[in-house]
Structures are given as C-alpha cells and as structure tokens.
Design a protein around this ligand. Sequence first.
Ligand SMILES: NC(=O)C1=CN([C@@H]2O[C@H](COP(=O)(O)OP(=O)(O)OC[C@H]3O[C@@H](n4cnc5c(N)ncnc54)[C@H](OP(=O)(O)O)[C@@H]3O)[C@@H](O)[C@H]2O)C=CC1
Ligand SMILES: O=C1O[C@H](COP(=O)(O)O)[C@@H](O)[C@H](O)[C@H]1O
Length: 517
Amino acid sequence: MTDNPIVETLQAPSAVFFIFGATGDLASRKLFPAIYSLYREGKLAEDFAVIGVARRPRTNEEFRDNVHESIDEFCRYKIQPGEDWNKFAQHFEYKSLDINNVDGFRELREQTEGLEQKFSIPGNRLFFLALAPELFGSVSLNLREGGMMDGQGWNRLVIEKPFGYDLESARKLNTELAQVFAEDEIFRIDHYLGKEMVQNIEVIRFGNAFFEPLWNNQHIANVQITLSETVGVEERGGYYDHSGALRDMGQNHMLQMLAMIAMEPPSRLLPEDIHDEKVKVLRSLRPYLTAEEVDKNVVRAQYTAGSAKGKELPGYREEDKVDPESNTETYFSARVFVDNFRWAGVPFYIRTGKRLPVKTTEIIVEFKRTPTNVYLGQRHNLEPNLLVIRVNPMEGIYIKINAKKPGSDSEIQPLAMEFCQSCMIGINSPEAYERLLEDAAQGDSTYFTRWDEVAAAWSFIDHIDHAWKQHPSDVKSYPAGSWGPEETHQLLQQDGFHWWPVNGQDEDNVIWQANSR
Ligand SMILES: NC(=O)C1=CN([C@@H]2O[C@H](COP(=O)(O)OP(=O)(O)OC[C@H]3O[C@@H](n4cnc5c(N)ncnc54)[C@H](OP(=O)(O)O)[C@@H]3O)[C@@H](O)[C@H]2O)C=CC1
Ligand SMILES: O=C1O[C@H](COP(=O)(O)O)[C@@H](O)[C@H](O)[C@H]1O
C-alpha cells in the first residue's frame, strides 16, 4: 500500500513480529508507528502478524485501539480518513503473560501457530524485546522451553539497549542468550545506527574521492561529536539514576559514531566486514587506566536547577525517582584517542548531556590549517575548514570554507557549502526504528552491534567508571539550560582547540549558518 513513488518496495519476508513489552513506552512511541510506516510503504509482506506481549490484561480489540492511538500520536504517516483500518489491525493480537512463567509461552506457541495458519506465514519469528534488561535472559530461555523456537522458519532476537551494565554483566547476558540464539540470530539495537545520517557517514567517506586522501592525522586536527538533549530524565529517573550519561549514551551511540568515523574502508560492504573494521577501532581506543588519566581526559557533571526559554527547570536531584543525594552524571565529555597509524595524535572530543540548550547531534571534523597563512599580511586569520555531519534533528552535511567576501577587495569570510537533507526529504526520512525493524526482518545485521563491538566498548567505559567510583562525589555541576561545566572547555584548550558551535549557533545563539532552525 505505498503512496510514495520514490521508496524502494523490497518487502521483508513474511513473519510474525513479537513485541515483548507491548504496553510500554518504547512500543507505543517507536515500534507500532514503525510497523505502520513499513506497511504504508509496502515494505511489509502481505502475510505478516504482530503479537503484543506483556502482563497487563488486554483483549485483542483493546490492544488494536492502543496501536491506533500510538500511530495517531507518534507516526510520521497518519491514518487516512476512510482507510480500511481493520485491514491492518486484523494482523495484531495480544497475549498477556509473565516473562518468568513458561506456561504462558506454551499458550503463546498455540496462538502463534493459529496466526501463522490464518495468514499463511511460513514459521519466521522475530522476537523484539522492549523490556527491562533484567528480563532478557529469562525471556530467551522461556522462548526455547515454551517451544517458541520450533517453528518451520527462522528465529531472530532483536534486543534493546542497554546490553549489560558493564563488561562482566554484558558477558553474562551474552552467555545466556547464546544458549538459545546463535550470534547471527541476535540483533542488538543501537538506534543511532538506524539514523539516516549515521548510515550516510559510510557513503560520504567511501563514496567520495576527495575525503579519503585527507582522512587521517596528516590533515585532520580533531573530531568533535556532540549529542545534546534539552530534555531531563522525564519519567525514566529510576533507570537513569543507575545508568548515567556514560552508560546511557557513551558506551553505545557515541562510540558507535566514533567508530563509523574512524574505521578503515572495508574491502566489501558485507555486515561482517563492517563489524570487523569497527571492532578494530573500538579495540584501539586508548584505555584510561588510572584515576589521573581519567581526570585529565574525562569530565562528568550533573545539572542543577536552571532555566530554558523562560521556563524554570528543576535540578536532577529533584527529579522523580532520582535519589536526592545522587551523584549520577547527566553530562560527560571526553578526549579520546584511537591509537593506530591513521589516527595517532588526533583527539576525538565527545560530549553528551541532558538539559543542554539545544537538541542536536553533530559530528564536526576539523581540518588542519593551511601550511602558511598568505593573508596574514592583510591581517586575516583564516578559520580551519570543517566538515559537519548533522545527524539529528536536522539532517545534512556542510563544509565550512574560507572565501572572499563578495564586493570587498580582500576581506575573507567563512561560509558553508551545504546539503540539507531534511529541507529536501522532510518528514519522509525514515525513522531509525523503521529501518532497523526492516533490516532485522531481512536478516541484515549491518546496522546492529556485534558482540565483540559491545565488549570492546564496555572495556573502554569500565576503566572510566572504576576511576569515578573511587571518588563518587567528585561530580561537577551545571545549571539546566547551559552548555555544561566549565571544565569541558579545558579538555580542548589544553590542545589549543575549542568546541565549535553546534546547530549553526554559537553560545550566544548567534546564527552563522544558513539552514539552522
Ligand atoms: N523508551 C525509550 O525511549 C527507550 C527504551 N529503551 C529500552 O527499551 C526497553 C523498554 O523500555 P520502555 O518501553 O521505556 O519500558 P516501559 O517500562 O515503558 O515498558 C516495559 C514493558 O515491559 C512489560 N513487562 C515488565 N515486566 C514484565 C514481565 N515480568 N512479563 C511481561 N512483561 C513485562 C511491561 O508491561 P506490563 O507492566 O503490562 O507487564 C511494559 O510493557 C528498556 O530496555 C529500555 O532501556 C531504549 C531506548 C529508548
Ligand atoms: O538511547 C537513548 O537515546 C535517547 C536519545 O535519542 P534521540 O534519537 O532522541 O537522540 C536518550 O534520550 C535516552 O536517554 C537514551 O536512552
């Protein structure tokens, strides 16, 4: 049922999609809308089914109403007046069960077989775990014990982050999953890898002749990755207070983006080859083994009360379900080194935080300056060239270059050569969860994380966390609505650099770049 002529209509194989945690936030905000968008674009096989699973009692009709509401509220496609809603909704059923009770899985098996018969689905089953991580191990064991793996087709497990709390717990979880699923059946989600512009990094780098020769320590001065959020912890205080920014964003999204920027070109674009290259980067991260090294290279902070857009905002310790004496970091920044031939000596600065002034994700590659400034005699300081990849919410890339100011004799100004994808594609740019669900159904693991990548990332993060645990109260503070603690600037100043403005704005919100919104 595609109404968009430019989308590819390669359909995913016919399968049953199980959403474990079907009454939860992720299912409602992301998963049901993603399934509907795939349906609207003709990317789902005609013969598909969805079974929502959670403890709360729901009839199939009530569940379908929930799905309708979630699509109304969160989907980029709207249900059309006069559209045959039931044609879509009849594919959805609900099963109330407790993950820890294997009998429920046996009943689920009967229900599944009934649906497979009804829609002529050849036994392909995709299990999406939108559940608290503590339940991941039990659900996979009970899938096997309850006979859910005995269908005639393939079985795939799609698993949400966080994958473990540290390397040890991640290993334990992986061992539990490996008792039931082979590595190529496990699809570990990092939803940043589903984002259009993160996937585009590969094409920008490997599809253009002029970047690759410059993509090394001879020509790149530093790389800056910013993932800033305006929201606080919202209703996720219980989870976040045990996680913090380093685990919530650092171990996964930020290191994955760094790996995409730093990896070697794979000889083939097969999932295994890309994973191989990324894991080499993650294993080359210089570990910070002592508290002194961590102090010198990593900054952590927590937001206090502040304001944004004229609205008063509470401090982190006043948030719902947060320990009033919590030392959990809501912000971190780090100077990271990739110790290999290509990147020796090039700092990668990464920062992320909640309650910052703008919602944006940007990767800025700062090039080294020209060998000499021939305009110095005319008192012109040339700015370095930048390549800026805008990931979220604006999507696009621009290159900042120096050019003569039109009409002037000698004045030089920085300007942006820009490709603004969101200006062109607008709301039709697929959401990350659509791509990832589709890829998992197709069996393509390129934009999921392989176990050795997850392990290498934890190994790097664990050293920082161990150092922090020695001095838990050593966390800096920043007012909500500000750009983080002062110390974050020192990270770059020690190398003679500074954070470039993101979102096309400097810290006084002066817009210097055309398509900033
Ligand atoms: N929400 C988000 O934006 C994001 C979430 N995630 C991850 O996704 C996962 C789910 O998050 P979220 O949707 O926010 O969590 P919620 O707390 O909103 O939902 C949890 C779901 O699990 C079900 N559940 C809990 N215990 C059991 C049980 N014993 N048996 C069966 N079902 C159970 C709940 O339903 P019921 O109470 O009816 O049993 C509910 O449907 C987590 O791992 C989270 O870290 C990751 C990135 C973003
Ligand atoms: O994984 C997570 O990501 C979101 C930010 O995702 P985005 O796509 O909106 O940039 C973050 O808010 C959340 O804390 C974290 O768990």
